[in-house]
Design a protein around this ligand. Structure first.
Ligand code: ADP
Ligand code: ZN
Ligand code: ZN
Length: 729
């Protein structure tokens, strides 16, 4: 029997596909994994198709060593989608296919059986007296949770909720209180909680989405608390009723456990979760269930967008402006943009939502590519918060807080309400200096200052993770007068505890929540009102609802006003509006105080005075005048090397090659050093390519990259290509 020629995306960083011979006719189809001889060893790859002809001499083709699947893992449509991703993002196809698979499948393991490992109470467990576990409250808690699921609860669900609870489960098993069970993959169903009566705007949005026949992109532009989630829920409910699949992308599941709960409660099904907190086994199982169409609702972060969903009927992207949707290493894809592409391929509607839509998306509405749906009122009768700038140019500050802000905090606390303070800088202080000689603590590996962390009795570099003990004297002049400059959350926390000793402070940042579960615990306590003062970084900006929160203070907004990145102002505005959106509920109007040294900054005033839409249209006008995205398209070629000068030299050669193939309308800028030239001991340079015409830019890129791959210096350093870069780092 004649063997066939297989085209394989080998999981290797090489920008092309490879041909192999199949062992036997009819044994392999596209979408199966194979192990193939590659160089001097073997690699795994995905068969993307069977071909008639090969560019090589057919006699010299190697045979695949092993076929890993009996059934294809991917359908033709998935293969086309991922091939498109590889070509659009100019990334090696094998790596794109690999990153679309969960780790275990990537490594060649077989697809997991579709039984879920789970736990249920034993007879003894049902009779157990909780007092018996009074010395082990966490075990008691888990026992109670398991007890609420008489049919058993899966390990996946338990881990999603309680982190790594395996040791606790094993302890309970040891005591004979619970036993392991195999659950059927159909996720538990519950009686849905009825929805509130939608207001006119919400109902209109749901109707528009449901009426869309086939592909349609909707931008749900609704202020915080306007009930966007209710719109997603109702639209999803209708699609699930037709037994089609719904994909929901959120920026970060750990930060927004309520979203998961709301979907589960309202729709009466447990959403299948796909995020970085899962173990490899859980991931593989979730992926398999989704790709076999066995679950209706997949809720995940960025990478979930690559999961095959054969019955896709609706895609939802919440907080579409969020930077975390952009993958910053490997295949640098935008999950939001891919979500839209997937909806187009599945011919179904996609809803992207935000209280602060990205300028790209607003521009797409203006251009008629997306349909805008507006929610302008807060659900219930809640009023929008009152925002005000506080000029701190020459004001006396206490740990970064002005008198005006401290006064408002006191008033809020006296009324029994909660206040939230936002400062996007963790640690005690961003600078340690010597009063005698002017020395600053610098990271030895980066062009950056070390951040003072009193809690760890040392200095951390936030860019490379380098740590050093707190110096007892100035390393330069041996002087003893070391002083900190500026504030981080650690310092503000200390000050708040001193200033308001009778109130509890919850600090929420990456340092205070290092231990798994701490974040959930702090947020839950805050929701229950246990902490009157909440203080945090970016982590606190995301959709949390605190019922008694009436005051928000933004300690330092100026970082965003003059950044090296042209998107800095847009990001700052989004952050202000998102943080401000935490203040005020139905019967309690909120206040927002924004401290700045540039109280007369026109854009800041526009934002405060006329709101995000006015701000956004001004920004769009500026972008248009400067021919910046979304009015042009960019690609960034980055290179880094531990040897000074290497990265720049490589990019110079690349730029030279690019200019030789000059195409009208495609501009090359640079090379220029990255805003932080040295990081983690590597010198970083970048080259920016820009064009008003996307398809022209892409044709050009393909040719140019082939030329670049031949540049010798390129083999000695790290370089990467970023299509539609979101950060100028
Ligand atoms: P968003 O997602 O826009 O921030 P949510 O959907 O979370 O808004 O709604 C904010 C709050 O208002 C939630 O507590 C939600 O249950 C409530 N809510 C939303 N829509 C309605 C409605 N039509 N009637 C009453 N309450 C509503
Ligand atoms: Zn000194
Ligand atoms: Zn460093």
């Amino acid at each position: 029997m004649q063997s066939q020629i297989l085209r394989v995306a080998v999981f290797a960083p090489i920008r092309r596909l490879f041909d192999y011979l199949s062992p036997e006719e009819g044994m392999v189809v596209a979408g199966m994994r194979v192990r193939v001889p590659f160089g001097r060893s073997y690699r795994i790859g995905m068969v993307t198709g069977l071909v008639e002809q090969t560019e090589l001499d057919p006699g010299r083709l190697k045979a695949v060593a092993e076929v890993l699947d009996l059934e294809p893992l991917l359908r033709g449509d998935d293969i086309d989608f991922l091939s498109w991703v590889a070509s659009y993002y100019q990334h090696p196809p094998g790596e794109v296919f690999a990153s679309a698979l969960p780790v275990l499948l990537r490594l060649g393991e077989t697809t997991p059986s579709d039984h879920l490992a789970g736990w249920r109470l034993t007879g003894q467990g049902r009779l157990a007296d909780v007092a018996q576990l009074s010395r082990a409250p966490k075990q008691a808690g888990l026992l109670a949770v398991i007890g609420r699921h008489p049919g058993g609860i899966s390990q996946v669900d338990l881990s999603a909720e309680y982190g790594n609870c395996r040791p606790l489960l094993l302890a309970l098993q040891e005591k004979g209180l619970i036993e392991a069970v195999q659950l059927r993959p159909s996720l538990p169903e519950m009686t849905p909680v009825p929805a509130p009566l939608l207001n006119g705007e919400q109902a209109g949005a749901v109707e528009a989405i449901s009426a869309a026949m086939g592909f349609h992109t909707f931008l749900l532009d609704g202020i915080t608390g306007s009930g966007k989630t209710e719109v997603y829920l109702e639209a999803a409910r209708r699609v699930l009723q037709q037994h089609r699949q719904v994909l929901v992308l959120v920026p970060e599941i750990a930060l927004t456990p309520q979203t998961t709960h709301r979907f589960a409660q309202r729709l009466g099904i447990t959403p299948l979760l796909l995020h970085s907190g899962l173990t490899d086994k859980e991931r593989a199982l979730a992926w398999t269930l989704a790709s076999q169409g066995k679950v209706g609702l997949l809720l995940g972060t960025r990478s979930a967008v690559l999961t095959p969903l054969p019955g896709l009927g609706l895609v939802i992207v919440d907080e579409e402006h969020d930077l975390s949707f952009k993958q910053q290493e490997g295949v640098r894809y935008s999950a939001r943009d891919l979500a839209i592409l997937r909806a187009r391929r599945a011919d179904c509607p996609v809803v992207i939502g935000s209280a602060t839509p990205s300028l790209e998306s607003l521009h797409n509405v203006e251009a008629g590519r997306y349909k805008g749906l507006r929610l302008t009122q807060r659900a219930g009768s809640a009023l929008p918060p009152d925002m005000r700038l506080v000029d701190i140019r020459s004001a006396p500050l206490e740990a970064g807080m002005s008198r005006a802000l401290l006064h408002e905090i006191k008033q809020t606390l006296d009324q029994g309400d909660q206040a939230l303070l936002f400062l996007n800088r963790r640690g005690f202080a961003p600078v340690l200096m010597c009063h005698d000689c002017g020395w600053f603590a610098q990271c030895p590996h980066c062009d950056a200052r070390m951040t003072v962390h009193f809690q760890d009795a040392g200095l951390w570099c936030h860019h490379c993770g380098y740590f050093q003990r707190f110096p007892s004297q100035c390393p330069s002049c041996q002087g003893l007068r070391l002083a900190t400059l500026g504030q981080g959350t650690e310092q503000v926390e200390t000050a708040l505890k001193t200033l308001f000793p009778s109130h509890s402070v919850a600090r929420i940042d990456r340092d205070s929540t290092r231990r798994k579960g701490t974040l959930q615990q702090l947020l839950e306590q805050a929701r229950q009102g246990k902490h009157a003062l909440l203080l945090g970084t970016q982590m606190l900006a995301k959709g949390h609802d605190f019922p008694n929160l009436t005051l928000v203070g933004i300690l330092d907004v100026d970082q965003g006003l003059f950044g090296a990145d042209f998107r800095a102002t847009e990001r700052m505005a989004q952050l202000i509006v998102q943080v401000a959106g935490r203040a005020g509920r139905a019967d309690k109007p909120g206040r927002v105080l924004i401290q700045t040294r540039h109280a007369d900054h026109p854009l800041l005033n526009l934002l405060i005075g006329r709101g995000y839409p006015a701000f956004a249209s001004e920004m769009l006008a500026e972008r248009q005048a400067a021919a910046l995205p979304p009015f042009s398209h960019q690609v960034m070629l980055r290179a880094e090397s531990a040897i000074p000068g290497e990265a720049e030299k490589f990019l110079r050669q690349a730029a030279q090659l690019g200019r030789e193939q000059a195409t009208p309308g495609v501009e090359i800028w640079g090379p220029a050093p990255a805003p932080m030239e040295r990081r983690a001991g590597r010198f970083r340079y970048q080259l920016l390519i820009q064009s008003a015409n996307r398809s022209q830019l892409h044709r050009y890129l393909g040719r140019w990259l082939q030329a670049i791959e031949g540049v010798k210096t390129g083999h000695r350093l790290r370089w990467s290509i970023d299509v539609d870069p979101q950060e100028m780092l």
